[in-house]
Design a protein around this ligand. Structure first.
Ligand code: ZN
Length: 266
């Protein structure tokens, strides 16, 4: 087995892409990991969307899950939530220490819940996410924009997030069909964009590479990081599409890879 790069805790603000695969086929084949995103910003450690493999990949990369300050779940689909219970157990030392805050949409807790009831006493708090709302997690302020458009009847509750750091905003645009108002509600300097597809498919409620053009016109970010790749993009050489997108839009577009560390303190 190749050596797995450990993530250093060097006090710098960074986002670590533990998994860059998205949706069910990349998940069940593990063409790319579906372990979500870990970040340490303003001395606040956050796990965003711990999908299947989160526990294993975090441990293999040497991440101290017992230091987590919070877990944020965008929506309850399995590729985002598969490991949330075991990450809650890790954050709270198996339920022995009340620690950390879990943020999740209401339908991840009520109908067909993905967060087990017996674990809900373990964290310090469970906060139900709402549209256009500000939250504080230790030293970090973040907010939601509009609810995403991720299924035909807009039943699945799904949010993106904006992290408001000194001098810059980092936006996570999660799973959604392209919608001008939704995109406009996630303005940021750095955009982490879940792109599942190369081209739009009307019956699939996800963003595609083709949407990047319209998104840059609405948001004008300084940098875009693509992640959450479906099976077609997961196996493609990302340079084939990132170079063209950067040239065409004049904005730096990069593709995340499993284990990528993005320093955001520069
Ligand atoms: Zn989804």
């Amino acid at each position: 087995m190749p050596r797995i790069k450990k993530i250093a805790e060097n006090g710098r603000d960074k986002i670590v892409f533990l998994g860059t695969g998205g949706a069910r086929f990349t998940m069940i084949t593990q063409l790319r990991a579906t372990a979500g995103i870990w970040m340490n910003i303003q001395d606040t450690r956050i796990y965003l969307d711990p999908g299947p493999g989160a526990l294993v990949w975090a441990r293999r990369r040497g991440i101290a899950l017992e230091k987590l300050d919070g877990i944020i779940l965008s929506h309850k689909h399995l590729d985002h939530s598969g490991d949330i219970n075991v990450i809650i157990e890790s954050m709270t030392h198996g339920g022995k220490r009340k620690q950390g805050i879990v943020f999740a949409p209401e339908d991840a807790l009520s109908t067909d819940p993905v967060i087990l009831k017996y674990l809900r006493e373990y964290p310090e708090d469970i906060v139900v996410l709402k549209e256009n709302t500000k939250y504080i997690l230790k030293n970090v302020e973040f907010s939601t924009g509009k609810k995403m458009y991720h299924d035909i009847e807009r039943k699945i509750e799904n949010y993106g997030f904006k992290f408001h750091l000194p001098g810059k905003t980092i936006s996570f645009i999660t799973d959604t069909k392209f919608d001008e108002e939704i995109i406009a509600s996630y303005k940021g300097d750095i955009i982490i964009l879940n792109v599942l597809l190369a081209e739009n498919k009307p019956h699939i409620f996800h963003l595609s590479l083709a949407d990047v053009y319209n998104i840059t016109k609405i948001i004008h970010p300084k940098k875009i990081i693509l992640t959450h790749f479906g099976t077609t993009l997961a196996v493609q050489n990302p340079r084939e599409f990132t170079r063209k997108l950067s040239d065409d839009t004049g904005i730096e577009v990069i593709a995340a890879y499993d284990g990528m560390e993005l320093y955001i303190d520069q």
